[in-house]
Design a protein around this ligand. Structure first.
Ligand code: MN
Length: 132
């Protein structure tokens, strides 16, 4: 694992942020945090993280709209976004992928599976189409 990778977590729930902070730092990632879609977009543009974990349910703008904004921006469109949601229905997954998310995972987060999902998304980031 490349410990220099930076992951931006956009999450408004403190408990989920705490869990992800513990998991990601233990896995050797640098972590950036935002609690709203708007601040997450701003931080993504400024810091250009290697990957974004995006909560779908956020106050004001939601995570899928934020993903659409990032995917329509040439500066951020190649950053893989993993949607994190409490909704496990096939339609929710379809909506997340249609918004430009590389992957869709459901809460409660599978802490054993997540590092592999992140690594795969980062590895495949260079091959994903940029819509912007
Ligand atoms: Mn939320």
């Amino acid at each position: 694992m490349d410990g220099s990778k930076t992951i931006l977590v956009v999450e408004d729930n403190p408990s989920n942020m705490f869990l992800l902070r513990a998991l990601l730092t233990a896995s050797g990632y640098e972590m950036l945090e935002a609690e709203t879609a708007e601040s997450g977009i701003a931080l993504a543009r400024q810091a250009l993280p290697d990957l974004i974990l995006m909560d779908v349910s956020l106050p004001e703008m939601d995570g899928l709209d934020a993903t659409r904004v990032l995917k329509s921006d040439p500066g951020t469109c190649r950053i893989p976004v993993i949607a994190v949601t409490a909704h496990a229905m096939p339609e929710d997954r379809r909506r997340a992928l249609a918004a430009g998310c590389a992957e869709h995972i459901t809460k409660p987060i599978d802490t054993r599976a997540l590092p592999g999902i992140i690594e795969r998304a980062i590895t495949e980031a260079g091959t994903t189409a940029c819509r912007a």
